[in-house]
Design a protein around this ligand. Structure first.
Ligand code: GRF
Length: 207
């Protein structure tokens, strides 16, 4: 059983299904990841991920876009919520909002995102369709720290997925998600165990 005083408090930010959230929960519950999810926060009130959080006794917070006039005001309120839960690492797991410098500066090198392509290829939305349209033979997923750009922060882990000729956006996304569910909890484990050293753009993994 994790000791809440000693384990790293995570916030998982979501907007949709939450399969990556589930993978993180499963890895913690298996005893393989020494962290605790202090809260799950969604900007979408009907996100299925909120139900997953509640099913595991994790505080589920709705923080809606519409209540704030600007991105910076939204983020300032978000920082307050995260501080209130004692969060040390913010995990973006399908959170469909771009963060402002307010969040990035409040959690320097302590916000992670997962992207369904091998960055710097195919940043932004519909990365899997971008890969299919370009005709690449391999794509995958990238876990990276978040900076003020879109999908531009220092890369922590990547996993390669071959593209098949018959792939659709759905079939390719499904195979990439299998890799996401392995890579994201692994990157979080490296962070909470203090094994990630950031040197400019380079993230060195210490053994
Ligand atoms: C994932 O494909 C992830 O790469 C992208 O958003 C999706 C979230 O999926 N950032 P889920 O909500 O975790 O199932």
């Amino acid at each position: 059983m994790n000791n809440p005083e000693r384990t790293c408090g995570l916030a998982v930010l979501v907007s949709g299904n939450g399969s990556n959230l589930q993978a993180i929960i499963n890895r913690i519950e298996s005893g393989d990841l020494n962290a605790r999810i202090a809260c799950v926060i969604s900007n979408c009130p009907d996100a299925y991920a909120l139900r997953r959080a509640k099913a595991h006794g994790i505080p589920a917070v709705i923080h809606e876009n519409s209540a704030y006039a600007s991105r910076r005001e939204y983020d300032a309120a978000l920082v307050e919520i995260l501080r209130g839960y004692g969060v040390k690492l913010v995990v973006l797991a399908g959170f469909m909002r771009i963060l402002s410098n307010v969040m990035v500066e409040a959690f320097p090198n302590a916000i992670m995102n997962i992207h369904p392509a091998l960055l710097p290829s195919f940043p932004g939305l519909h990365a899997q369709q971008q890969a299919l349209d370009y005709g690449v033979k391999f794509t995958g997923c990238t876990v990276h720290f978040v900076d003020c750009g879109t999908d531009t922060g220092p890369i922590i882990l990547q996993s390669v997925v071959p593209v098949e000729q018959a792939d659709t956006e759905e079939s390719l996304s499904a195979r990439i998600q299998i890799e996401e569910h392995r890579a994201f909890p692994e990157a979080i484990r490296l962070f909470v165990e203090g094994k990630l050293a950031i040197d400019g753009r380079l993230v060195r993994i210490q053994s």
